[in-house]
Design a protein around this ligand. Structure first.
Ligand SMILES: *Cc1c(COP(=O)(O)O)cnc(C)c1O
Length: 259
């Protein structure tokens, strides 16, 4: 325990995290109070940030963290376990997945969910690797990423393909379908993200019908720093917030690289 709290590596960048996390959590709660669904999970996106920011949030009791580079997720997840981090941490992968990195991704300790399944081939690969590499563990939770904006840079499947991919995930022995995910506009200047969130909600209706499951049983992972309150208004069950909690990232324009 002493190691967990005092290792220098775990203190780097830890300033301000407590206040930022409390402020974002309060905003999430306030937005959620205006709707009838349960409050969404707040995923703290720590990409490009040192391990110390994850440790600081974890010491505050936060448990859901998101990364969008596979190697970075694996490194952080492994190192935190080595240093005695919490046993109930949940890592969410929210970035683009190349086939040759699926094995690495499936090796990550405490990998809780993969939000970015964009086609059937990837779903089948995750199913196979999870089954081979993690026998006896619960199925890997997955979401189907939908490209609601039609922009090349954002990844994800066509809205019309989402239900079919969701069905493959649902039927895969080693996967558990959680729901759907999208990336809205990167900033308010690109326009209102409501159309993305509405589009994802429509995809969920279609998927629920195809799967013969209640709509509410499917999650909606949507909303980032600049639009998570709008996403919550539209029914988000998971919001992914990075820079408002951990500070601006060093690279240009704070755009996610290629999710
Ligand atoms: C980086 C990233 C986020 C968080 O972005 P912020 O604007 O820093 O909150 C959310 N979702 C995805 C897919 C990302 O890549």
């Amino acid at each position: 325990m002493a190691t967990w709290a005092s290792e220098a590596e775990l203190l780097e960048g830890a300033d301000d995290i407590h206040n930022n996390l409390a402020a974002v959590s309060a905003r999430v709660a306030a937005a959620a109070a205006l709707r009838s669904e349960a409050p969404p999970a707040l995923i703290a996106v720590s990409k490009t940030k040192p391990l110390g920011v994850v440790a600081a949030a974890a010491r505050d009791g936060h448990r859901d963290f998101g990364e969008n580079y596979i190697q970075e997720l694996v490194d952080k997840a492994m190192r935190l376990r080595e240093l005695g981090g919490p046993e109930d941490l949940r890592w969410h992968f929210i970035g683009r997945i190349q086939s040759n990195k699926v094995k690495l991704l499936c090796s990550a300790p405490q990998l809780h969910a993969v939000h970015t399944v964009h086609d059937v081939k990837l779903a089948k690969l995750l199913d196979r690797h999870w089954g081979e590499q993690r026998p006896g563990e619960p199925p890997l939770k997955v979401m189907v990423q939908v490209n609601t904006s039609g922009e090349e840079s954002k990844g994800g499947c066509e809205p019309s393909d989402a239900a079919a991919i969701a069905l493959v995930c649902q039927e895969a022995c080693n996967l558990e379908l959680l729901g759907l995910m999208c990336i809205g506009k990167y900033s308010a200047s690109e326009g209102d993200a409501s159309s993305d969130f509405r589009s994802l909600t429509e995809c969920r209706e279609n998927a629920a019908a195809a799967l013969d499951t209640p709509t509410a049983a499917l999650a909606l992972s949507m909303g980032m720093s600049h639009d998570f309150e709008t996403a919550i208004e539209h029914g988000a069950t998971h919001v992914r917030v990075g820079s408002t909690i951990f500070g601006a990232r060093a690279y240009a324009a704070s755009k996610p690289a290629t999710p």
